[in-house]
Design a protein around this ligand. Structure first.
Ligand SMILES: N[C@@H](CCC(=O)N[C@@H](CS)C(=O)NCC(=O)O)C(=O)O
Length: 105
């Protein structure tokens, strides 16, 4: 199975949430810092169809949005201790609907 990769920025708080979840599950993830200017994020666009970070690649799965990334890491790479967090994330994600459309914000 191919390793995981996180496209992120160190100063981005949503990316910090994704990095914390990586640390919590103890999974190896390659961190790739993207340019501040979203016009220069062509690789993020190519892999995910939008230019915001964080974006997680896990094998051939692409996960966009920090809460979806945390949920993915907990459910795929965590143990039973993350069950409550997964349920809370599911409720949050359901309440908010889909992530913002590409190009927003
Ligand atoms: N709802 C998204 C927000 C992510 C987000 O806004 N990321 C910022 C970096 S801190 C970004 O990529 N902004 C560039 C843009 O909006 O084009 C999440 O939770 O992951």
């Amino acid at each position: 199975m191919a390793g995981m990769r996180l496209y992120h920025r160190w100063k981005c708080p949503w990316c910090a949430a994704a990095r914390q979840a990586i640390e919590n599950v103890g999974a190896p993830v390659e961190l790739v810092e993207v340019p501040y200017d979203r016009a220069e994020r062509d690789e993020v666009e190519r892999v995910s169809g939008q230019r915001r970070v964080p974006v997680l690649l896990d094998g051939d799965e692409v996960v966009v949005d920090s809460r979806r990334i945390v949920r993915h890491l907990y459910s795929r790479h965590g143990d039973g201790s993350f069950a409550r967090s997964i349920a809370e994330l599911d409720a949050d994600i359901a309440a908010d609907g889909e992530p913002d459309a590409p190009g927003d914000g």
